[in-house]
Write a protein that binds this ligand. Structure first.
Ligand code: UDP
Ligand code: MG
Length: 310
């Protein structure tokens, strides 16, 4: 039994037909499945459409979050509410081709892989700016954590073992792709071509993506904190050379008014301190977020057979 998990945020115009399409592919291939669809606080008619799905198909369960918590939290909500032998995570806008699902299932069943990851062959339609932003983020992430997520996607099949391992990770700020790479297990990658959105536009804004980028790096690795130390050592070295030069100028009587050096030093050191404080601040705020032990998401209602006994 396999659960298909899909997060939904303002996809009212397409969620019904997209789910039906995914289902028809599964049925054609005789894959025993159910659906867990999570509404991530949509402000359109997505929830009504999901209720319609739930009424018409008895293998569809739906979860309604109390507000928009973000895709990561929506995935958490679904994963924590599934008890199937495996899960497939797929976007609700059909950008992840559902035609690949039978192949994923085969790899899982026949060859015993625990994680089957969809890998983007190309990144779909993107503006130059989006391309640069994505490259910068993945570059930073790779440098600081050693994990290459460049072509990783959230399109994945996860075995029950992996989901259980993932459930035992209790941090409240999650970066799904990073965490599922950290877990390990027997994994294989299958490439796919990112499709155009079935309908509507992407729900990410520049601000929300920047926030996700900073959050995912800082919640995954503390490398930036160590970078500060290197930055400090580097400036110290630089200062030392300047110090000797200044002393030399002074004692040889060649010292000028010297304001340039002072200003440069103040600027340099000042900016290093600011950057360092900023980075430390980010981590402190994360510690703060973690110690609050707030839930990752709040569920306002659940419907469907999958939840009938709670
Ligand atoms: N999504 C979500 N919460 C959000 C933003 C997006 O659950 O706050 C869902 C969205 O409905 C879709 C998936 O995450 O199923 C991917 O979102 P989108 O297509 O906007 O992102 P992109 O494909 O551009 O990465
Ligand atoms: Mg999309």
């Amino acid at each position: 039994m396999i659960s298909i998990i899909t997060p939904v945020y303002n996809e009212g115009e397409q969620i019904y037909s997209n789910v039906v399409k995914i289902m028809s592919i599964l049925l054609k291939n005789n894959i025993e499945h159910d659906f867990i669809i999570v509404n991530d606080g949509s402000s359109d008619n997505s929830w009504q459409e999901m209720q319609r799905l739930c009424k018409n198909y008895n293998n569809i369960s739906i979860i309604n979050l109390s507000r928009n918590f973000g895709k990561e939290a929506a995935l958490c909500a679904a994963l924590e509410n599934t008890y199937s032998d495996a899960c497939i995570i797929i976007d609700s806008d059909l950008q992840h081709p559902p035609e690949l699902i039978p192949k994923m299932v085969e790899l899982w069943k026949e060859e015993g892989y625990d994680v089957i990851e969809g890998i983007k062959l190309s990144r779909g339609k993107e503006s130059l700016f989006e391309k640069i932003a994505a490259l910068t983020f993945y570059g930073l992430f790779y440098k600081s954590s050693g994990i290459n997520l460049n072509s990783a996607s959230d399109f994945k099949l996860l075995d029950k073992k992996v989901i259980d391992a993932w459930k035992s990770m209790k941090e409240s700020i999650t970066f799904f792709r990073g965490m599922s790479a950290w877990i390990g297990y027997r994994r294989i990658q299958i490439p796919f071509e990112v499709q155009d959105r079935a309908q509507g536009v992407s729900k990410w804004s520049f601000k929300s993506l920047t926030k996700l980028a900073i959050q995912s790096i800082t919640s995954y690795t503390s490398a930036p904190l160590y970078m500060i130390i290197w930055l400090g050592i580097f400036t110290l070295f630089f200062d030392f050379i300047l110090f000797i030069q200044t002393m030399f100028m002074k004692f040889s009587g060649k010292a000028l008014t010297g304001f340039t050096t002072v200003i440069i030093l103040i600027l340099g050191i000042g900016s290093c301190i600011m950057i360092s404080l900023g980075i430390i601040g980010i981590y402190i705020s994360k510690i703060y977020d973690e110690v609050k032990r707030r839930p990752r998401y709040l569920i306002s209602s659940k419907e469907g057979k999958g939840f009938s006994n709670d």
